[in-house]
Design a protein around this ligand. Sequence first.
Ligand code: G3H
Length: 440
Amino acid sequence: MVGLPARGKSFISQKVRRYLSWLSVPTQSFNQSSYRKKRAEALMRKDDDLFDPSNERAREARRLAHEDSIAAILEWFNTQEAGVAIYDGANINREIRKEIYTTLDEHGIQTLFLESFCNDESKVRANIMDINKTSPDYADKSAEFTVADLEKKINFYSEFYEPMDVEHEGDYTFIKLLNLSSDLLINRIQSYLQSRIVFYIVNLHVKPRYIWLSRHGESQYNLEGKIGGDADLSERGWKYARKLKDMVNEYIPNNENLQVWTSTLTRTQQTGSFLPYPKKTWKALDELDAGSCDGLTYDEIAEQFPGDFKARDDNKFEYRYPGGESYRDVITRLEPIIMELENQENVLVITHQAVLRCIYAYFMNVHQEDSPWMSIPLHTLIKLDIRAYDTIVTRIKADIPAVSTYKEKGTSKLGETKDNSKILAGTVISSTHPEVLASK
Ligand code: G3H
């Protein structure tokens, strides 16, 4: 990363790390300021200021923190066959970037510089406020403290800042993001992975926004415990579809701009059928393809395909149904959906259990092994409040009963005997709870 403080570097680093990890690219972020804090504690006196240009001890602490970061990156690469290390720091001038490039090159590591250049003061100010509200670095600090602290750092780094340009650094691969918009300058992008990162950055949204998720209403297949298929909604499923219209009116602000996305399958389209908003149908949102097991109950799968049944329980993320898909496959086909969701605001996605687990795992950074085991009940609207450094989840239950489609590990029976909702974080409220309605 390259850029002055409060240019969204940590936000971008965190998003890119999450995106690449979700795509199964081993990715690790190295935050220069955490190394700096450690060095400052060890080297500096109580009254020393880490960003005082005339303080020798501060200069030493900063230099060692940079060396620590690079050493940690090299050590991490020693444990990986391939991967992406994100060096989240200011890397403010050509000299330091040359040193980074040369050191990494000597170790056979390619460098992609990602600069966030922003001279729009209103955006910098808004970013400082976001950092104050949501960054763990300023968790217990007042807005005044955060503004003063970041302005001091900005002034300090501005003295040395040399923005990237083709004239001086044309040999490097770099992306220059301009004023936190989708305007980019790109130079010498050379690999598929680098181009994915460019595309992701283009779509990245820095404004706080909501995304709404729901499974389809209960289906006829759900009643019979069958997986897959293209069944109609059950009577209760239709009830949820009607109720969803009221819930959208009640809970989704500015819903006149809402877009509704569904899969190509009947049950999601029926669930969205009462919603008077523009709709998009995506094949990529279709349920995980159960191949030869499509249309069977878990009991039938355990009986007819015992080896497959066990293999799936043993490694649910990787297991691929004969002629069908694995969770990993679903993630691959969901990539365009994630790109588009990053670019949009005010979208309600009505889709299926496995697909929602994958989308939720992206936004909430859920580990691959855990994501296929998340409990995402029917007849529940999930609100993701996406802020710069975190996401707040609220689950609004429609209070319309539905069967459980959850199968725990080691059994073919449906239903949850233990609390599997832990992974799906957030506050749970009921759409008919009088206190909730009164306090909204
Ligand atoms: O197959 C359809 C289900 O919605 C996916 O659930 O991965 O827990 O079996 P499962």
